[in-house]
Design a protein around this ligand. Structure first.
Ligand code: NAD
Length: 292
């Protein structure tokens, strides 16, 4: 039988992930602070829940997919939260990108109450979420991982247990710094190509056929070239991730000059009102720098 899942956080990523759980035959109890997000999922077969506790009621596993650390902490520690009212299966899985320090604290607090916690952040964007093709990196006990694995299978294709609590986030932060610096590299190439009078779509085609090919160039390149700033992965969420990278690097005395530079550019982008736009809008920083 497919386990009943409490799913909390039905945004860009969570709504697609919850849909895939429904498709795979899992009963889903769905909750979000936005009533319209809950209504959308309940029209597709989920049970509409009225709080995190209500989403967890009778579920094997409760999954959170929320913007940032304080949102996950509110759902775990808050009134009608998961610490007070855990799922029947006593497994909580956070799939957001949040602080590894906060993860270790939550894992310890939940463990004291006999509840297992996994940090299981994802990579692959809204398209990966929609196609159940996410890469899922998981920190926590092997026992909890074994219980959650069939559920991860309904949402992703690359599912890897990478270590103790917080290890999933540590791997995700490495993923994000590669994404951020790669987006910056593409912006620089487009800025130079445009100034050189080169056709940008042709440039993209050529790069994709050689050793400069990347996921970002493939997925975000067309939007950069067309000047389409609409969000899949928002600038403000990436800035949150880059700050987490620098926090982790600072605590461990690891110099990350590339990440520090691109973080400044994301701060500039947000200061220019791009926070709610997609990551490809980093190209506008280069528009301003080049005066084009
Ligand atoms: P989003 O802002 O679109 O969705 C978050 C959802 O959480 C919203 O629907 C919001 O209403 C809800 N929410 C906020 N606080 C809540 C609370 N206290 N209780 C219940 N619901 C609450 O964000 P997203 O793009 O889906 O990203 C979610 C997480 O996944 C983030 O940590 C992000 O960094 C990460 N992520 C995003 C992408 C992407 O491409 N968008 C890819 C990989 C990972």
């Amino acid at each position: 039988h497919a386990a009943c899942i409490g799913f909390i956080g039905l945004g860009t990523m969570g709504r697609e992930m919850a849909r895939n759980l429904l498709r795979a035959g899992h009963p889903v109890r769905a909750y979000d602070v936005r009533a319209e997000a809950v209504a959308e999922l309940s029209a597709e077969g989920a049970v509409a829940a009225t709080s995190p506790a209500d989403a967890a009621r009778g579920a094997e596993i409760a999954i959170t997919m929320l913007p940032d650390t304080p949102h996950v902490e509110a759902v775990v520690y808050g009134e009608h939260g998961l610490l007070e009212s855990p799922p029947a299966g006593r497994v909580v899985v956070d799939m957001s990108t949040i602080s590894p320090v906060a993860v270790r604290r939550m894992a310890a607090d939940l463990a004291k109450a006999g509840i297992a916690f996994l940090d299981a952040p994802v990579s692959g964007g809204p398209v990966g979420a929609k196609n159940a093709a996410l890469s899922i990196m998981v920190g926590g006990s092997a026992e909890a991982f074994a219980k959650a694995r069939p559920v991860f299978r309904a949402m992703g294709t690359t599912i890897t247990h990478v270590g103790a609590p917080g290890a999933g986030q540590a791997v995700k932060l490495c993923n994000q710094l590669v994404c951020g610096i790669n987006i910056q590299a593409i912006c620089e190439a487009l800025a130079l190509a445009r100034a050189s009078g080169v056709d940008l779509e042709q440039l993209r085609h050529v790069l994709l056929g050689g050793s400069a090919a990347s996921w970002m160039l493939d997925r975000l390149g067309p939007q950069m070239i067309e000047g389409d700033a609409s969000a899949g992965f928002r600038i403000d969420l990436m800035l949150k991730d880059l700050r987490l990278v620098l926090e982790q690097a600072g605590a461990l005395d690891v110099p990350l000059p590339g990440t520090a530079l691109v973080t400044s550019q994301y701060i500039e982008a947000r200061a220019h009102g791009e926070g709610a736009n997609g990551n490809q809008a980093l190209f506008r920083v280069y528009d301003r720098m080049t005066g084009r």
